[in-house]
Ligand binder design. Structure first.
Ligand SMILES: C[S@@+](CC[C@H](N)C(=O)[O-])C[C@H]1O[C@@H](n2cnc3c(N)ncnc32)[C@H](O)[C@@H]1O
Length: 276
């Protein structure tokens, strides 16, 4: 975060309020998204102008009202200052992603996790992403692995931007694109996969049977989930309980914390090896 931004906010806000704005801010391309809580909720213009003054690459500032909503995990945004548009191009790991920050899900906080997954993919692997969004996991995998990627996304706006992003990053020939409900993939696809990605942490549990059907014996499923707990150990225990129920004897796994998403609330991933 630019020092200029902190200095600009310092004049108007209390130190703990400056910290809250700083930690909650997401920069996607040239758009800044803040989450203004009481008592700074009504100071949006002041906060927005400080961000525009402090961060020269930012051209628009929005306030996110509430959490991510619905199956498509969308933000409800209130325009604060700058250019009133929600389409931008985000740069990550040497790649470019067009994102509509209001009509599609995208988080800039997962860039390291995307690299972790891409670096695990072996030469010539067939990879399926059941919940692809605008394509950040799928395109990172295609670019770094030489493998083929099957990418599924139900939100038509996100899907169309994913198609654009394939062109932008020159991975069109490595991609098989499906604007479908992931539930239908076992009936639509004859291919079985070395690796299945499930980056839909609020709902992946509802789709694990389909993922198990789509993965080859001995293949991998990367299963993302949100769980609460006083610490990461407690959250992992909740994930273990869930996987006892829905994975049973079908695979073995190790799990890790991906990131904190709120007080006592974390995103976890289980890397599941499907039993032969
Ligand atoms: C948490 S987002 C992750 C998107 C992307 N992987 C990323 O990291 O930016 C989950 C995605 O799954 C999509 N989705 C939700 N339900 C779906 C379904 N039944 N079939 C396919 N995609 C779905 C949403 O529209 C959203 O783009």
């Amino acid at each position: 975060m630019a020092k200029l931004l902190r200095d600009a906010l310092k004049g108007a806000l209390k130190p703990e309020q400056v910290r809250a704005v700083e930690t909650g801010i997401d920069i996607i391309g040239d758009i800044a998204i803040v989450k203004l809580a009481e008592p700074v909720k009504d100071q949006g213009t002041l906060v927005g102008n400080a961000i525009l003054a402090g961060m020269k690459n930012v051209k628009a500032v929005f306030d996110q009202e509430g959490g991510l909503e619905g199956d498509f995990r969308l933000r409800r945004l209130r325009f604060l200052v700058g250019e009133n548009r929600t389409l931008t191009t985000h740069r990550e790991n040497g790649l470019r992603f067009m994102v509509d920050v209001e009509k599609c899900y995208f988080s800039p906080r997962l860039s390291t996790e995307r690299l972790r997954i891409a670096d695990m993919v072996g030469e010539g692997e067939k990879v399926l992403n059941m919940f692809a969004g605008v394509g950040p996991y799928s395109i990172t995998v295609a670019k770094r692995s030489n493998g083929e990627v099957w990418s599924c996304e139900l939100n038509e706006t996100a899907f169309n931007l994913h198609v654009e992003n394939n062109r932008l990053n020159k991975v069109v020939s490595a991609m098989h694109m499906y604007n479908e409900d992931a539930r239908r993939l076992p009936e639509l696809l004859e291919t079985r996969f070395d690796r299945v990605l499930m980056p839909h942490p609020s709902q992946s549990n509802r789709f694990l049977p389909e993922a198990l059907e789509l993965a080859k014996p001995g293949g991998w499923i990367h299963y993302y989930r949100h769980h609460s707990g006083a610490d990461a150990t407690e959250a992992k225990a909740a994930l273990d309980d869930e996987l006892v129920q829905i994975l049973g004897e079908s695979g073995d796994y190790t799990s890790r914390r991906v990131r904190e998403i709120g007080p006592h609330y974390v995103e976890l991933v289980a890397d599941i090896r499907v039993r032969r």
